[in-house]
Design a protein around this ligand. Structure first.
Ligand SMILES: [Zn+2]
Length: 505
């Protein structure tokens, strides 16, 4: 067997090792050959490879954004102060029929921001309709152009909004129910579409892997879940789904899933879905028994604090989840509800929100947040042996940060300062799959200035459309607010808000 030819040598940086000195990482060289890390050590010969001098720099594993939707990137900064169920009404249509130009621009814009923030893998639960090959091709071409690694799932559902949120069916006059979505659809053409995509494109691109994305247990009939399970088993794929994001969802489980003990997890279990290939998003309103079941069945959880806080969904019970041993990862979620693709923010919130529900000291420390942001995310994509650490044999996905940035002035602990101080500003170089995709803080794969111009030119039309969408659902909002008053007044047995007196206005 011939040795692979070295292609890049990162020389003399501090290399972050999850199992090494996380406060003062040792200085080492990282030798890359093709798409993989060939060696980590001192005095490694360049052997013709491109040399990146990394003295005074920090080399970290590429960050993994384990939950994201690319469909509303252009709505970043446009929406504020909406609970999830109202936000879905306002921004959901962006996951409908949109121009291929918009699809390309939004995918590239999201990928470019992710790369600049040291994210090398993004899990896109891709939302669009109608289901068309050219939309998938446009999204995947944009990811390929950007050079980011993507775990790609098409988000699917066959049940309408009106039947999946507590009280909506009761309070909304029949004439207004269409505004919030009241058409259930046949699951077969949808799951057939997903199956056809996997057949058509055995991988979603040179740096892509497939996943499956049933939107949520309350939004998918048993027929759809069973088809997903079948596809997952046939192609050995991970499954992502939204579970217990809001109190409304917890209450709906109690109301509509009595046959399964009022819990979505037992419903999914009955249909054969629950197990190690599944990662649920959010889990803010998981009951203690659900948490125990997740730990027992090795079901993962990706937490999205930025989105949960922006959409008033509450705070996931971090101490309980940790004590139970649920495997965890971090995500940024949509741009219209988190406004950034930034896992540094997600790590900081994970470490800090740990204190909200329990003042007692726990064992949570910054290195754990870094593990979640790398290896934890990798595990949700079933790539835990491929990415998430700088080790020989793994994919060469990493970021190089400038330790001369004020973030590290003074440098006392790399791990803590990455979690509590860093914003993404120090990220200087990013390598994905052995390719330099960010150099000197500039994305090398995409003409970002041209992208800014194209997005700016497209934006007036986009904003007009978003405005039209928001106006269209306005007549339904007083009824949706009434449903929320009832939801907030209901008791699901526990609380996920900080314990101040609340008004249900
Ligand atoms: Zn989501």
């Amino acid at each position: 067997m011939t040795e692979p030819t070295p292609t890049i040598l990162i020389r003399g940086g501090r290399v972050y090792d999850h199992d090494g000195d996380v406060h003062e990482p040792a200085t080492a060289d990282v030798l890359i050959a093709g798409d993989r890390i060939a060696a980590v050590g001192t005095g490694l010969p360049a052997g013709g490879a491109t040399v990146i001098e990394a003295r005074g720099k920090l080399v970290i594993p590429g960050l993994v954004n384990a939950h994201y939707h690319s469909h509303d990137v252009l709505a970043k900064g446009l929406v504020e102060e909406l609970p999830l169920e109202m936000w879905i009404l306002m921004t959901g249509p962006l996951g409908g029929a949109r121009s291929l130009e918009e699809v390309r621009l939004r995918t590239l814009a999201g990928a470019v921001e992710a790369l600049r923030n040291g994210i090398t893998t993004v899990q896109d639960m891709s939302t669009f309709a109608p289901f068309r090959d050219d939309v998938v091709d446009t999204i995947l071409a944009a990811y390929e152009e950007a050079g980011i690694r993507v775990v790609y799932a098409v988000q699917i559902r066959d049940l309408s909004n009106v039947t999946t949120v507590p009280f909506w069916k009761e309070v909304l006059p029949p004439a207004l129910q269409a505004l919030v979505g009241n058409e259930n659809v046949d699951p077969r053409p949808i799951t057939n579409f997903v199956a056809a995509q996997i057949r058509r494109r055995p991988t979603p691109g040179p740096r892509g892997t497939w996943a499956l994305g049933p939107s949520g247990p309350q939004r998918c009939t048993p027929a759809m879940i069973e088809a997903v399970v079948d596809l997952a088993e046939r192609h050995d794929l991970p499954i992502y789904t939204h579970v217990y994001e809001t109190k409304a969802q917890a209450l709906y489980a109690r109301q509509a899933f009595g046959e399964d003990g009022g819990t979505y997890l037992r419903y999914l279990d009955r249909l054969g879905m629950l197990g190690p290939r599944v990662t649920i998003a959010h889990g803010v309103w998981l009951a203690p028994e659900d948490i125990a079941m997740m730990a027992e069945r090795d079901v993962g959880l990706v937490m999205n604090f930025m989105s949960n806080l922006r959409l008033k969904s509450g705070i996931a019970p971090i101490p309980t989840l940790r004590r139970a041993g649920v495997r965890l990862a971090l995500g940024s979620d949509n741009c219209s509800c988190s406004d950034t693709q930034n896992i540094f923010q997600a790590m900081k919130l994970y470490a800090m929100l740990n204190a909200v529900s329990d003042p007692a000291q726990t064992s949570l420390r910054a290195p754990e947040a870094l593990r979640l942001a790398t290896l934890g995310g990798a595990r949700t994509a079933r790539l835990e042996n491929e990415i998430g650490a700088i080790r020989p044999g793994r994919k060469a996905d990493l970021a190089i940060l400038d330790l001369a940035d004020p973030t590290f002035l003074p440098l006392n602990s790399v791990a803590r300062q990455l979690v509590y101080s860093e914003t993404g500003r120090s990220v200087e170089t990013v390598i994905v799959d052995g390719r330099i995709v960010v150099r000197d803080r500039r994305v090398t794969t995409v003409d970002v200035e041209a992208l800014h111009r194209e997005v700016a030119a497209y934006l007036p039309q986009f904003r007009r459309d978003l405005d039209t969408m928001a106006k269209a659902v306005e007549p339904a909002l007083p009824y949706v607010r009434e449903a929320h008053r009832r939801i907030w007044a209901a008791d699901v047995g526990f609380d996920r808000y900080a314990g101040f007196p609340r008004t249900f206005g």
